[in-house]
Structure formats: C-alpha cells, structure tokens
Design a protein around this ligand. Structure first.
Ligand code: SAH
Ligand code: SF4
Length: 358
C-alpha cells in the first residue's frame, strides 16, 4: 500500500498531519502513538493511555503506519566496538558502528552507500557512490541501535559511510526526526555532522542548521598541493574557499568546528605540515582531532609513527590549539574511521571514482 505513512521519516508534527490527511481524525492519538513509537519502540493501540472507545481508531492509525525496518544482515565485534550491517529493501547494505566511550555510547552512522568524493585514504571512497540513503534508512540505524541492540545513545556522529553534505536534504530531515523532542529526542548538541569540505553546503548549514548541532571538517592536509592529491573535493573548493565558509559558519558565537586530520606517514605528518595547519587555522574557533591513518585492504599509504604523531600534536598544542590524539578503535573489523565499505558489493560493482559528478 503506498498510502502507508513512513514513520521513520516524520517528525511528530508531520506524522500527525499525515494521519489527519489520511483518516480525517485521530490527531491527538497519533501524537501519543508517535511518542510511544520513538520512546518505547512500539506502536500499541492497546496502550493503557488510550481510552477503550478510542482503541479502534488507534488501531487504524497503526495500520496505516509503515514501521518496517531493514534487517540486520551482519555484526562484528572488536573489544567493546561493534559494527552492524543493515540490509535495505533493494539488497544494498550500510554500516554503522557503536563505540562505547567514557560517558556513554557514540553511534557512528552512514548517510550513503559508498561515497563519490574519492578520498585516496578512505575505503568507502573506493566504492564510488552507489546511492544516497533515505531519511528512513538514516533514522533506522539509530532506532535499531536503540531498540533492537538496546544501546543508549549519547552521541551521534555522521562519520560512517558517505558524505552527509552530498545527501544534504535527507540528512537534515533525519536530524529533525532524531531531535524531535516528543520522539527519540536526541539533543542537537550531541550530534556531529562531518564533511570533507563541500563548501556550498557548509554555507547552507551555517544559515539553516540549529546552532547547537556540531560540524566537523575533514582537513587532512596542510596545503592545497597535498590536499588536492588526497581529497579531490579540494579541486572544487580549495582551502581558501573552505576557510571562508568556516568563518561564515563561526559567525554564530555558540559554534566551533571540529577539525579532523588523518595523519598519513610521509604525506602530511611532518612538523612543517603541522606549522602550516596551525597557520591555516589561525583565527578560527576549532578543536583538532588527529587520527592515525587506518590501513586498508590495499594501498600505498601507511600509518604515521608514534613519534611523528606526538611531534605533530606537540606543534599544534604549542600553537595554542585544543588538540586530541585519537586512538584507532575497531580496525580489525574494519569499523574504524574510513574503513567502512562492503567488500562483496565493491567487488560486484568495481571501484568507480565519480569525481566528475562533483
Ligand atoms: N564523508 C565525511 C564523513 C565520513 S568519513 C568526511 O569525510 O568527513 C569520517 C572520517 O574518517 C573523516 O574525517 C575521514 O577523514 C576519516 N577517514 C577516512 N579514511 C580514513 C582512514 N583510512 N583512516 C583514518 N581516518 C579516515
Ligand atoms: Fe567520502 Fe568521507 Fe571517505 Fe572522503 S573520507 S571518500 S568524503 S566518506
């Protein structure tokens, strides 16, 4: 039935509106059912708060609601980190990673199957873009972690497969659903969207997004020469343009940017590079995460040495930046940053770089 209301792509107001449009009644009950669905994980027309005479109406509302979820097609654990695969109706799969941290779980979710940005160091990039995820598919990842895997989610990061700003509208609607206070109710301040530096959407995000949402930018290189080699996005928007967009975003006093910098041995990990990064970021309100390159199935890139990482870190610290050296988690199950990518699918489709689509 195509008149079913897609539960996972609606905020409460949208859900109520759709119920009213379809049934011409039931607004109040739709409100309560929506909250139950997202807070308790169930739509129950016999819930105790529903008066007996309204149960038939509640049943009708449930009947016209589509709460179907993708199946969990696989899961892998390394220590406390777990990766789960979801299989969608068309057979394609996405990957999500649950990472226990000091103050609760961080869930890392995907916004696309594959990615067309073509970063040289990233496993997902090797797949090319297979397709965008829908709002429901993005929200489902959180819902499944919460209600099927029974994990409390403290932080949500769009750092799984895909470039969130290449699927901007779906990602922003998914965030509206996930932050809906009468629904799953994740605080915007606990959500981080990471981009490789799509400047156009950074401006959009600066203008439209709730200022409490967090933005992360994958810088990964100290200058245009190196960045263009490892991140083709830099050929569309160079570091100058990226900096201007960051300045615009930071005009809101509440905001700061998380800079992600993947250290690759012999590529971008020298002290000179660190000084260039410090200079580039001057005047911007940022925190910096240094991430050691996680190796992939194949490739010439290597991880930095401990010593190089420490040196790089020390330069940025000495320049006054709030800097963190991240440890790799989940690398043996290919769940670490940049390692998400479905091998079988990749084999089937071949690695297509879709730079021309930018
Ligand atoms: N597309 C978005 C979000 C997903 S990638 C982006 O690029 O920001 C999430 C993070 O993983 C990015 O900061 C990216 O630079 C990092 N990453 C990609 N490949 C990596 C690798 N092989 N080792 C370590 N980090 C990697
Ligand atoms: Fe895409 Fe991000 Fe990987 Fe680059 S690092 S290919 S933008 S997922």
């Amino acid at each position: 039935m195509n008149s079913l209301i897609p539960f996972f792509s609606c905020t409460q107001a949208e859900y109520v509106e759709k119920v009213l449009f379809l049934l011409k009644k039931g607004g109040e009950h739709a409100k309560g059912l929506y909250s139950d669905g997202f807070k308790k994980g169930i739509l129950d027309p016999n819930a105790s708060w529903i008066e007996p005479q309204a149960r038939a109406l509640a049943a009708e509302i449930c009947h016209c609601t589509d709460m179907s979820l993708p199946e969990i097609s696989g899961s892998l654990n390394e220590g406390s980190v777990s990766k789960f695969l979801l299989k969608f109706a068309d057979g394609l799969e996405s990957e999500s990673v649950l990472i226990p941290m000091k103050f609760g779980n961080t869930l890392c979710i995907s916004s696309q199957v594959g990615c067309r940005m073509g970063c040289a160091f990233c496993e997902t990039g090797k797949m090319g873009l297979i397709r965008h995820l829908t709002v429901s598919e993005i929200v489902s990842q959180v819902y499944i972690a919460r209600f099927v895997l029974k994990a409390e989610i403290r932080n949500l990061v769009f750092m799984g497969m895909g470039e969130p700003f290449d699927n901007y509208d779906a990602v922003m609607q998914a965030i509206s659903v996930l932050t809906c206070p009468t629904g799953i109710g994740i605080a915007p301040s606990k959500i981080t969207v990471s981009t490789s530096g799509r400047v156009e959407e950074i401006y959009r995000f600066a203008k439209e997004a709730n200022p409490a949402l967090n933005l992360a930018i994958s810088l990964n290189a100290p200058n245009d020469r190196i960045r263009s080699k490892v991140m083709p996005v830099n050929l569309s928007w160079n570091l100058d343009e990226l900096k201007k967009a960051m300045q615009e975003y930071l005009k809101h006093p509440r905001r700061e940017i998380l800079i992600e910098y993947v250290l690759m041995g012999g590529v971008n990990d020298s002290q000179e590079s660190a000084l260039e990064v410090a200079e580039y970021l001057q005047g911007l309100k940022v925190r910096i995460n240094l991430i050691p390159y996680n190796s992939q199935s194949k490739g010439r890139l290597v991880a930095p040495t401990e010593e190089k990482m420490k040196e790089f870190y020390n330069v940025l610290k000495a320049k006054g930046y709030q800097t963190f050296l991240r440890k790799t988690k989940g690398s043996s199950i290919m769940a670490a940053c940049g390692q998400l990518g479905n091998r079988d699918l990749k084999k089937k489709l071949g690695a297509k770089s879709s730079l021309s689509l930018l």
